[in-house]
Ligand binder design. Structure first.
Ligand code: CMC
Length: 432
């Protein structure tokens, strides 16, 4: 009997089965042969929320949640945040290797020259209510992009895919900035192709009457690092949505609009918005013990804490804490930082959080930086989405080219009513 296998005894039938183990995993399809009799459907796995099910093989991002390790294509996040730029990391994430000088120059050129959007996109965004949440505008505008690029539906053509990928990475900051300007009733600012990716985004957000916007280098770099930190995070909720929607072979604009919708939720990318609201509600360090008591009694969560995979300090949160200091040197210290630091200190000594291995995650400090930069909370998840765009696209590309992938279609355990005959209205009783 090979040692890399699992022997299962079915006590219902007395039969024994040998299931191969590969990469520490069994294929749940191998369980299907385990049947009561020939008419039985066969055994399935039950795993709500995919807590112990690998949906794919992937080479993009590695996480060791117990040790607090995050790597893109094998490179530690700490080194990338310190030594690289967002567009270089985006190339690495998408193509799998760090670019040569020529490759990087041509990649940066291509992204830079796709930053403009069709004028009709502007009109479309203009139609939103004045106070529309920028994430709602962002999600809808992405979906609308598919109507501007109908060739994108040809997802089996690598060259077509690559074209859309460049367009998407290039255009997301433009759409994000337009949604912000819309909320303020300000004219939209067109991209400035002489600025860096992050610098251009700041220009489209904050440029007023000046002929040329010059971003503050510390803020430009901080934003670039934040994009790097958010660029991918393996099979999280929104990436799973991207892969699942994309598995129907829909175009990447439609799939990504669904991924951004998943990101919008407060348990995912909406958490940084929720963290800031929470910190503002706490308001002062002296209210922290009462707040934590409420959390421990089940009234709400400590937002920005806990993670499905990290059972240790999120390595991104550590880097963000350092970035915060650099940003505050330019913007002045955000008073909410003191509340956050004290909240972290107390929570990390508190039995409730220690026993559940709840540590700060990426969202705990990012909102404080965004706020210091002058961004409203509604823009926080949008900025997360700009950084994550390349991750979604790399995972989508991996899924599209993976021969083992088919349309994502989970099974269910049906526990509803048995077959019954339709009851005419006059014979129905109020079931309460
Ligand atoms: N505050 C208080 N208790 C918590 C928290 C929290 N933030 N997170 C988890 N718990 C408790 C939870 O109540 C449960 O306790 P018990 O065992 O007594 O029932 C235990 O810890 C395990 O929690 P879970 O909900 O089973 O864990 P999960 O893996 O399903 O959820 C999570 C992960 C990130 C959704 C969750 O930790 C959470 O809601 N955190 C707050 C929201 C947040 O910060 N989200 C950002 C995640 S990182 C960026 C991203 O992915 O977008």
């Amino acid at each position: 009997m090979p040692s890399d296998s699992l022997t299962i005894n079915d006590n219902r039938t007395g039969k024994s089965y040998e299931i191969p183990i590969e990469h520490g995993t069994i294929r749940t399809m191998d369980l299907r042969q385990i049947k009561l009799d020939a008419n039985d459907f066969g055994l399935m796995g039950y795993d709500p929320a995919f807590t112990n099910t690998a949906s794919t093989k992937s080479s993009v991002t590695y996480i060791d949640g117990d040790k607090g390790i995050l790597q893109y294509r094998g490179y530690p996040i700490e080194q990338l945040a310190q030594k690289s730029t967002f567009l270089e990391v985006a190339y690495l994430i998408f193509f799998g290797e760090l670019p040569t000088r020529d490759q990087l120059d041509s990649w940066v050129h291509d992204i830079t020259y796709h930053t403009y959007v069709h004028e009709n996109i502007k009109d479309l965004m203009h139609a939103f209510r004045y106070d529309a949440h920028p994430m709602g505008m962002f999600i809808s505008t992405l979906a609308a992009l598919s109507t501007f690029y109908p060739e994108a539906r040809n997802v089996d053509d690598r060259a077509v895919r690559l074209y859309q990928i460049k367009r998407l990475i290039a255009k997301v900051p433009t759409i994000a900035a337009f949604s912000y300007r819309h909320n303020l009733g300000l004219p939209y600012v067109y991209p400035d192709n002489n600025l860096s990716y992050a610098g251009n985004f700041l220009s489209m957000m904050f440029k007023m009457a000046e002929a040329r916007y010059t971003p503050k280098p510390a803020l430009e770099r901080a934003l670039d690092v934040l994009f790097i930190l958010h660029a991918d995070h393996e099979q999280n909720c929104s990436t799973n949505a991207m892969r699942s929607i994309g598995s129907s072979r829909v175009d990447p604009y439609s799939a990504m609009s669904g991924a951004v919708a998943a990101l919008f939720g407060p348990l995912h990318g909406g958490a940084n918005e929720a963290v800031l609201k929470m910190l503002m509600e706490i308001g002062d360090k002296k209210h922290i013990p009462d707040f934590l008591k409420r959390v421990e009694s089940g009234q709400g969560r400590l937002m920005g804490f806990g993670h499905r995979v990290y059972k240790n300090y999120d390595p991104r949160a550590k880097i963000i804490k350092q970035v915060a200091d650099e940003v505050f040197e330019v913007t002045g210290r955000n008073p909410l930082l003191d509340v956050a630091l004290e909240l972290e200190r107390i929570a990390l000594e508190d039995e409730y959080f220690v026993s559940r291995k709840l540590y700060p995650n990426v969202d705990f400090y990012s909102g404080i930086i965004y706020q210091a930069m002058g961004l409203p909370v509604t823009m926080f998840p949008v900025i997360f989405a700009i950084g994550r765009t390349v991750g979604w696209l790399a995972q989508w590309e991996e899924m599209i080219t993976d021969q083992e992938q088919r349309i994502a279609r989970p099974r269910q355990i049906y526990l509803g009513a048995d077959k019954r005959d339709f009851v005419p209205m006059k014979d129905r009783k109020n079931s309460g």
